[in-house]
Ligand binder design. Structure first.
Ligand SMILES: [Zn+2]
Length: 313
């Protein structure tokens, strides 16, 4: 039995499980069954760890009841307004909860040192601020991001389980790593208010749902969507604040989006390069071989459209 299951069972048996300093405190209307007490004793250390992470009504978090309400409300929205099946609506609501928990429990770290490996900044191995808003910035090397992100998600999933919000049975282990799941998750996080223009967040969600436009091989289109997602996640708020337009980011030629370089906005030009800085004149990027390059914002032809405005073939 997992720690989460143990805690859930105890609560289902009417026991309030609390922490006081380094100890577990149990409150119940009647003496709990010995088997339940045994189970709690066995998992005591891990339960304390879990409870420390659990949102409490006296912090800025939500209580277990609030979480249930939040979850159920989103299931309703997805089911009634989004027209999803019950199972899909629950999966979507779970993603919302995950994003909400991550946003409510930001991790901050001081600049200058990687939060994961403790290493400093090197040329072409820059430290990047990851997270959203001013409160949730953690500084990481790009190679240190996947393990950090996986750990954060595992933490969120464990905590949500303690308040009875459980990952769908087929919830992928690598959720958020790539493809459609990443899209769902990012769209949810973006919508939760990140200083990202609404039209970019919605446009990005539309890109995720679109088939590759004419001229794009699926693999290339997926790279573009991934690049767009990462850009919207990490840099869109800054780019918008620096005056970038929809077309600066998502622009393309309506007839030959795959080929007309003069109309290509940033995400079409980015390819496998990683963004390391954004300002009002452009962006600094690094290639996968570690070469630094500069992308300049520039006037685009008048017929340029946003990628999500492309007519499906
Ligand atoms: Zn690192």
């Amino acid at each position: 039995m997992s720690t989460t299951d143990a805690l859930r069972m105890a609560r289902a048996a009417g026991i309030d499980v609390l922490i006081d300093e380094d100890d577990l405190v149990l409150e119940a209307a009647s003496e709990p069954a010995p088997a339940v007490l045994d189970m709690l004793r066995q998992h005591k250390g891990d339960i304390i760890k879990l409870l420390r992470l659990e949102p409490r009504p006296d912090s800025d978090g939500l209580s277990a009841k609030d979480w249930q309400f939040f979850f159920n409300e989103r299931v309703d929205i997805a089911e009634c307004h989004g027209g999803l099946s019950r199972a899909k609506a629950e999966a979507r609501a779970f993603v919302w909860c995950l994003a909400e928990w991550l946003n409510r429990n930001p991790i901050r770290s001081p600049p200058g040192r990687c939060f994961v490996c403790g290493g400093g900044e090197k040329p072409f191995d820059p430290l990047l601020p990851v997270g959203i808003g001013l409160d949730g910035r953690v500084w990481l090397h790009s190679r240190c991001q996947p393990p950090w992100y996986a750990g954060r998600k595992a933490e969120a999933i464990a905590v949500l389980a303690t308040v009875g919000i459980v990952a769908p049975a087929d919830f992928p282990e690598d959720f958020g790593k790539d493809g459609a799941h990443a899209c769902d998750e990012r769209a949810a996080i973006i919508e939760l208010g990140a200083g990202v223009p609404r039209v970019w967040a919605e446009g990005y969600a539309a890109l995720c749902a679109m088939p590759p436009p004419a001229g794009f091989l699926p693999a290339r289109w997926q790279r573009i969507i991934d690049a767009a997602g990462v850009f919207v996640d990490r840099w869109a708020a800054k780019a918008a604040a620096c005056g970038w337009s929809d077309l600066d980011v998502f622009g393309c030629n309506p007839d030959r989006p795959d080929a007309r370089l003069d109309s290509m906005g940033f995400v079409l030009l980015l390819d496998r390069r990683e963004v390391v800085g954004v300002d009002e004149h452009g962006a600094d990027v690094v290639t996968n071989t570690g070469v630094g390059q500069r992308f300049y914002r520039r006037p685009l032809p008048p017929n340029t459209v946003s990628l999500w405005d492309l007519v499906p073939r």
